[in-house]
Write a protein that binds this ligand. Sequence first.
Ligand code: GLC
Length: 446
Amino acid sequence: MHGMADPVTVHPGLGLTRWIWGLFLLVMALGGCRQSAKEPVTLTFLNPEWSQPDEAPRAEYAAQQFTRETGIRLRHPPVPETSLSQLELSRELLQKGGPGPDVLGMDVIWPGILEEYLTDLRPYFATEISSLDPDLVASYTVNSKLVAMPYHAQVGVLAYRTDLLREYGYNHPPRTWDELESMAARIQTGERAKGRKEFWGYVWQGAAEEGLTCNALEWQFAEGGGRIIENDKTISVDNPAAIRAWRRARHWIGWISPPSVVAYRELDSMNVWESGGAAFRRTWQWHYRLTHRQESVLSDRTGYTSMPGGPGGRVGTLGGTGLAVSVQSAHPHEAVELVRFLIRRELQSQEESARAQPPSQPEVYDLPSVLGSDGHSDTPNEPKSGVVSRPSNVAASEYEKVTRAYIAAVHAVLTGQKRAPEAAAELEKQLIKITGFRTGPPKTAD
Ligand code: GLC
């Protein structure tokens, strides 16, 4: 691996998660199969969102409500923190056969990889699908099969401290990376002068994980450096704009971002933010979060805006989860019922929040259209703007290899192990080998 440690370290929690899963499967094998026709059905729901510490109360409430309404019980065992580890665990459990997850929450980038283990949900959700964003549905579709129902569409956004921006004389959040740099540097200097020696301008996710692909894609697209692999299946990553964008990020480290940012996952950046230790943070946003701001720490001092832009535009990466049903589920009917319940609940929550009074809204500026400028104004078939997708649809079953190679290349630049032009050239060769695609210039729009 070019002289560096395996870039995709397995999350330390994965060992423990596997152990818990092992025990769980054993109990299922011994007792679960005695479940008689009269006993209530119990579904196993593998859901990364419900494993996040801040989601726990909401998860419990939803699970109880589902059981009350349907009589179907739910188990939702723990899931590791990062998307790559979640993929590993899901694949392992689905490949194993036997009792495993009935329903899975799945990252938008994995359908091409897990497709063979999952049920086509199109026949069950025809009405719901027709009212969903077609691009979103396409993200979960492989060879006309709807591998998962779109559930939470997330977009990368910039969170900013409204109080600090005001204090330092800024009347709007940054629109470009140049602006972000100068604001972050100035606020950081000012806060440190007040004695807050550990204060940083900008925190983001630099660990060798999927979060880095999302961050780096936003940097390079904004610079005019394209989408790594374009929608027409040309590999465009080795270009001067992408190289400039990676170099710029390297320059932040130790200047406006902490040296340890190269090991930050989502929760690390969230911890720094929630302790009041940063002026800006790259995060994920979706409707629920925007309209239930009271649930987050510092909610009265947090604003959200699109990620900063550059000559290539201004974009946030499309993220989020879909809900899938395992082809091996012993309770496919109940599993579909759970998916239906969660989707319906989500739509209700969006409708309720659309009626919510303005005081419950956080301060938002120029959000990507998938969220709407007021956090909930998009309509299903409105074209999205300000959103970029990772090349998971074009790379399909090879996306994991593509993203691992990209993560390794960008991480090596950030940690100074490789120069950016060298990393980009090597990455291009790897991507040709992985996908068999040809190379081409980066594109800013389709
Ligand atoms: C969020 C997104 C997901 C992305 C991940 C990266 O969970 O929803 O799409 O892959 O973050 O860390």
